[in-house]
Design a binder for this molecule. Structure first.
Ligand code: HEC
Ligand code: HEC
Length: 356
């Protein structure tokens, strides 16, 4: 008995020591020096999808990506930077144009989405046409209606620019190349994690409370919206038809990529984080206000062959909502606004960074 007891005590002690060590080393792995340039997964988020093992974030790599993101050198006529269409004050969406506007005032066909929590996303663009974050800038740079430039020519321009030669050297110990340019842009975008809204502080029990109306909105959202706008990313990453149109001549969405008729008119379920700031809404920016979006779900959903089953009911289409319910859902959606993200100096225009 007695030896059994001692053994158990020793075992328990060992258990505690190992436990404490594990907690210590787990924290160490997440945050070695408290650096603002370390990628951290927020506690309420699912696992990240980005391949960090190939391209870990470093301060120099991040700063290079930041300089590139704000620099019109990436476009054919040096007029358009990524940041023209992706503005921090709008969670890196485009608050000005319904359809994006590129070099020589050329109009694109879609609304520029927010850039936030990209490290957690698996497919990019409204139709999922890009499969890895590292490839997104290739589309933007080479698109005729965006930056209309050639990757090889961008690299040449960067190689002729002493400030970039220094920056690439500091980040990667080599001259400017297309791969390292793409890696640096990904590093910049990967740190764009928005997870400090009032809602986040509420769910993580960090001393924030929501009002009765907001909590009511959250409950309505959970029962009526969260099958598509799922998890704390507020998207399940799927492609769906939410009843905007009966036909899809202008933009057939996901079908463009998969060539499957069943994907006609399906678009990526967008995250709703910072949605208060990312208007206009939907892939073509057709709605200016959240009130219009809620009216769409309540009374505007139109039927088509690929309309999502969740939006089909025996008595009609859409999600029935009273005026008060719509108002409460909107109040809840506004708790997803993350002022820290919008004001975070790490992501702002890098003064004096590329003018030398
Ligand atoms: C002319 C405006 C414009 C410019 C310039 C531009 N973008 Fe975009 N961006 C868009 C539009 C529009 C989309 C959506 C494209 C689609 O769905 O077909 C998009 C999509 C994205 C996405 C995917 C977001 C998601 O949720 O799927 C990322 C990331 C992105 N852009 C980053 C960049 C970077 C980096 C640059 C600079 C190299 C850049 N963009 C330049 C308009 C622009
Ligand atoms: C069947 C899946 C589904 C359901 C249910 C759903 N949504 Fe959506 N939502 C989508 C899709 C898909 C889009 C993008 C459609 C497009 O642009 O073509 C979208 C877009 C939005 C947008 C625009 C976001 C942006 O950045 O443009 C808002 C806001 C929104 N939904 C809110 C809600 C609310 C609130 C509810 C519940 C009342 C809801 N959704 C229910 C699938 C859904």
């Amino acid at each position: 008995m007695r030896t059994g007891y001692t053994f158990m005590r020793a075992f328990f002690l060992l258990f505690v020591i190992v436990g404490v060590l594990c907690i210590a080393c787990a924290e160490e792995a997440v945050d070695s020096n408290g650096s603002p340039y370390t990628f951290r997964k927020p506690a309420n988020f699912p696992e990240a999808a980005y391949t960090f093992e190939n391209n870990p974030v470093t301060q120099k790599g991040f700063e290079l990506g930041r300089a590139l993101f704000y620099d019109p050198i990436l476009s054919a006529d040096s007029t358009i930077a990524c940041a023209n269409c992706h503005q921090q004050a709008a969670a890196f969406a485009d608050p000005v144009h319904t359809l994006s506007r590129g070099v020589m005032d050329r109009s694109g066909t879609r609304n520029a989405p927010a850039i936030q929590n990209m490290a957690f996303q698996r497919l990019f663009f409204w139709d999922g046409g890009v499969k890895h974050l590292d490839f997104v800038p290739i589309n933007a740079i080479t698109s005729d209606v965006e930056m209309a430039e050639k990757i090889a020519h961008v690299v040449e321009k960067l190689q002729r620019n002493p400030s970039y030669v220094t920056k690439f050297n500091e980040a990667y110990q080599e001259p400017p190349s297309s791969q390292k340019m793409l890696y640096a842009l990904s590093q910049f975008m990967n740190l764009m994690v928005s997870a400090n809204s009032r809602y986040d502080h509420y769910v993580r029990k960090e001393g924030e409370s929501l009002t009765t109306a907001e909590l009511n909105g959250l409950q309505l959202f959970t029962s009526k919206c969260s099958s598509c706008h799922a998890t704390d990313l507020f998207t399940d990453g799927s492609f769906r038809n939410n009843g905007l149109d009966a036909t899809f001549e202008k933009d057939n969405g996901r079908e463009r990529i998969t060539e499957l008729a069943e994907d006609k008119g399906k678009f990526k379920v967008p995250s709703l984080r910072n949605v208060e700031l990312t208007d206009p809404y939907m892939h073509d920016g057709r709605f200016k206000t959240l009130e219009q979006v809620l009216d769409h779900y309540a009374t505007g959903v139109v039927n088509s062959e690929t309309l999502d089953l969740i939006l089909k009911r025996d008595e009609g289409f859409g999600i029935p909502l009273t005026i008060e319910e719509k108002a409460n859902i909107i109040l809840f959606l506004k708790t997803l606004t993350d002022r820290e993200f919008i004001l975070d100096k790490r992501f702002s225009f890098p003064a004096n960074s590329f003018t030398k």
